[in-house]
Design a protein around this ligand. Sequence first.
Ligand code: AHR
Length: 328
Amino acid sequence: AGLSAVNVMAADDGGDTITVGFSQVGAESDWRTANTESMKSTFSEENGYELIFDDAQQKQENQLTAIRNFIQQEVDYIVLAPVTETGWDTVLQEAKDAGIPVIIVDRMVDVSDDSLYTAWVGSNFKLEGQKAMAWLDAYLEAKGRGDEEINLVDIQGTIGASAQIGRTEGFDEAVEAHDNWTTLAQQSGEFTQAKGQEVMESILKQSGDDIDVVYCENDNEAFGAIDAIKAAGYEVGGEEGQILVMSFDTTNAGLTQTLSGEITCDTECNPLHGPRVEEIIQKLEAGEDVDKQAYVDEVAFAADDTVTKVTIDGTDYDITPITQEIID
Ligand code: AHR
């Protein structure tokens, strides 16, 4: 209740319009485009908001500048989708000193004092990685390849971003748990299609014949990696002798490539955060308490029905075989 009281005071400018400064990571992926669209359509004039949108082009220094501009402009709320987890303490302290509530969305911040932000809503990135790797384990087992030597490549996201940290942790822990799994290469594709393709091309040159699995930390990297794999003369898919590609996000294009079998498993990362952030703001406006941290429920899709369920720490998660109806 104390938190909410502070926030209501900060947001009370005597007018009806609520001004929101949103510092967005960039436009690196299809997921990000959908996320921006969700925020812009939610925080529209018709809905009673003035949205000040800033695209940081994947650079933290641009986000720091944007937040300082929002403070100068005396916005009612600052919404931050942080590019990386660390490096936010000073600027968030400045926002707190100015009495402006900060809502963190999508990726997380790693700050020494939790009171530097009001609420966070986003994905459980580690769980996403764990689900994907549990699917891989069960899939290889079901295909009679449980005891085979398996060589894996991890095309990571932007280093230091929660989405990279969690998905890489899920990957690393699963590889460590299998004596017959080996990480051949682990390199950042910066969550972009171009970099995913470039990184995959160079890994293929070194060890193309040995690769069994490519774990891409988002769909755009997977699109680039698939292009590189096919251009190098290899086949993508879930059968022995093919390179099995895994991905995250479940964008429309990602699920379409899952349906065609080029991506064998695509784990959801939900981008539609606009209404979730608005709910937080409306609760704060009404003087109600908000959850400090809230995870979004997410699912996973596979190219076929070889594995339809995985269990992590005693909890079952469905893996849904993709169909055209789901994509539509
Ligand atoms: O933080 C979410 C991640 O960021 C998405 O997986 C990726 O596509 C985006 O760039």
